[in-house]
Ligand binder design. Structure first.
Ligand code: HEM
Length: 211
């Protein structure tokens, strides 16, 4: 999707006729926040996925910190752009559609930022590895909404319900992700504590940071 907006559409602008033509004018008007959102959202999706790969995380702490800084900056730029775009999101054809879509995307962007702040605060101020792991997993589950939303969007298009149901995606695409990620992250932290690795991991990370 990002390649479509960043590479293909600038070369073949007529393509917008065939994909999300309802928003072609809006996206042309608000090109900077839209592109800021897409470029940095894509960077967050790539860096976040890389940083959750256990092998890479374990190999070097400094790579993990660099990727984490990149992820943090990317979300910190993409989320405010998303908040702005929420006010111009497609309302569909149902009554109250604008309110549903704007409130959904705006709340998602707020929660996306909040989980990032909690994750960064946990490690930089409190040196709490378990809390950092918990909030980063939750944060990435929200970044991953970009993928879930497009899959659900495809279902709406295939079933001919896009015009009426699109605004609901702004809520439906992320609440299950958030709940599942919180349950999984809590279970992961519990199993680490049970194995007794949490405290030693904390010490290793704190020592690395001091070094
Ligand atoms: C998780 C928080 C996110 C929020 C709150 C959010 C919000 C939005 C909003 C409000 C729009 C405009 C929708 C409309 O016109 O109806 C949009 C479009 C878009 N966003 Fe996001 N977004 C998020 C994550 C991401 C990420 C991580 C990516 C990239 C990987 C991304 C890629 C896009 C793209 C490509 C569009 C263009 C619309 C389309 O063709 O689907 N978004 N987003």
């Amino acid at each position: 999707m990002s390649t479509l907006y960043l590479v293909v559409m600038p070369i073949v602008p007529g393509l917008h006729q065939y994909y999300f033509s309802q928003q072609a004018q809006t996206y042309a008007t608000y090109e900077i926040p839209l592109l800021g959102h897409i470029v940095f959202g894509s960077i967050a999706l790539i860096l976040g996925a890389l940083n959750l790969v256990s092998g890479l995380r374990a190999r070097t702490g400094s790579t993990h910190r660099r990727l984490g800084l990149g992820y943090t900056l990317a979300v910190a730029i993409s989320a405010p752009c998303a908040m702005f775009m929420a006010f111009h999101a497609y309302p569909g054809t149902i009554p109250g559609g604008q309110w549903i879509v704007t409130s959904g995307f705006f709340t998602l962007a707020l929660v996306w930022l909040a989980t990032l702040v909690l994750a960064v605060h946990a490690i930089t101020v409190r040196h709490d590895v378990a809390a950092h792991r918990f909030w980063m997993i939750v944060s990435f589950s929200l970044t991953f909404v970009a993928v879930v939303l497009r899959v659900e969007n495809g279902i709406l298009l295939a079933t001919g319900t896009f015009e009426t149901l699109y605004p609901f995606l702004a809520w439906i695409a992320w609440i299950p992700n958030l709940v599942i990620a919180m349950l999984l992250a809590r279970r992961l932290n519990r199993s680490r504590v049970n194995r007794g690795s949490s405290s030693s991991a904390s010490l290793t990370l704190v020592n690395e940071q001091r070094a």
